[in-house]
Ligand binder design. Structure first.
Ligand code: HEC
Length: 241
């Protein structure tokens, strides 16, 4: 009996992390379709980012000319440059941080490494989870980031969403429902935010692309080294036996 009790406690302990996650903040995060090898998606994400996010946010660790890493040409990059910027400039916010703070209550943070601090699934879900909220000063709220200071700048594309709270057996589930169409169909909007998330992940660690390549070079080098060292060992030991 005692052994069975002990086993029970052990099983419970093993299950605890899973139960903690299940009872956590209760927001389900959708899986972001991130693929750093898909350069066309990264380029679409870069274009969307520079034209929709840099109005308020900066990306101070990112230079425009580094977009060549994801296959953009000098001509492509020139089209993204704001007035007065050079290809070697870092991505600055159009709005200065003090006026942004006055307008939104919080200064929009730099997004250079946001994918590393928040995680890709969080970003992908956050950017698709704005909903209309008459109690909020800017008329919108977010299911993933309650009372966020960021206005719903994506409403035109996504359409208007409303939050529905349903109660089943005393448990509340929150759901977002599209109530007014945007200029994009739902699947198209999700794909666009997928590209944007892909780009944010790339921007957080652009060296990753280089590292993939470096990994293969290092492995190849080690393989050649192994063959040489093995041949050398044979040569040295040949006379001893
Ligand atoms: C009109 C200004 C504005 C625009 C345009 C804008 N944002 Fe924001 N954003 C904000 C503000 C203000 C905050 C800070 C909100 C807070 O902390 O309450 C914010 C917060 C965020 C956060 C959460 C940061 C964190 O971890 O605290 C993310 C992620 C984000 N924005 C991404 C984006 C992306 C991606 C775009 C482009 C599609 C974008 N934003 C466009 C104003 C803006």
């Amino acid at each position: 009996m005692n052994a069975i009790k002990k086993l029970g406690v052990l099983v419970l302990l093993m299950l605890m992390p899973a139960m903690a996650i299940a009872s956590g903040a209760g927001v389900h995060l959708d899986k972001a379709p991130v693929d750093l090898k898909d350069k066309v998606s990264l380029q679409r994400g870069a274009k969307f980012f520079t034209s929709n996010c840099l109005a308020c946010h900066g990306a101070a660790y990112m230079r425009y000319n580094r977009l060549k890493d994801i296959g953009m040409t000098d001509e492509d990059i020139k089209l993204l440059l704001p007035e007065g910027s050079k290809p070697g400039s870092t991505m600055q916010a159009a709005m200065d941080s003090n006026s942004a703070k006055l307008a939104f209550g919080t200064a929009p943070p730099d997004l250079s490494v946001i994918a590393r601090s928040r995680g890709q699934d969080w970003l992908y879900t956050f950017l698709r989870s704005f909903y209309a909220d008459s109690k909020s000063p800017n008329g919108s709220n977010n299911a993933v980031f309650p009372n966020v200071g960021m206005p719903n700048i994506l409403a035109g594309l996504q359409g208007g969403q409303e939050l529905r709270v349903e109660s089943h057996d005393g448990r509340e589930t929150k759901k977002l429902e599209l109530v007014a169409p945007g200029t994009m169909a739902a699947a198209e909007f999700d794909a666009t935010i997928g590209d944007l998330t892909n780009y944010l992940v790339y921007m957080g660690e652009p060296a990753k692309l280089v590292r993939y390549r470096l990994g293969y070079i290092v492995l190849g080098f080690l393989a050649i080294l192994f063959v040489l060292v093995y041949a050398l060992k044979k040569e040295y030991w040949k006379d001893i036996h």
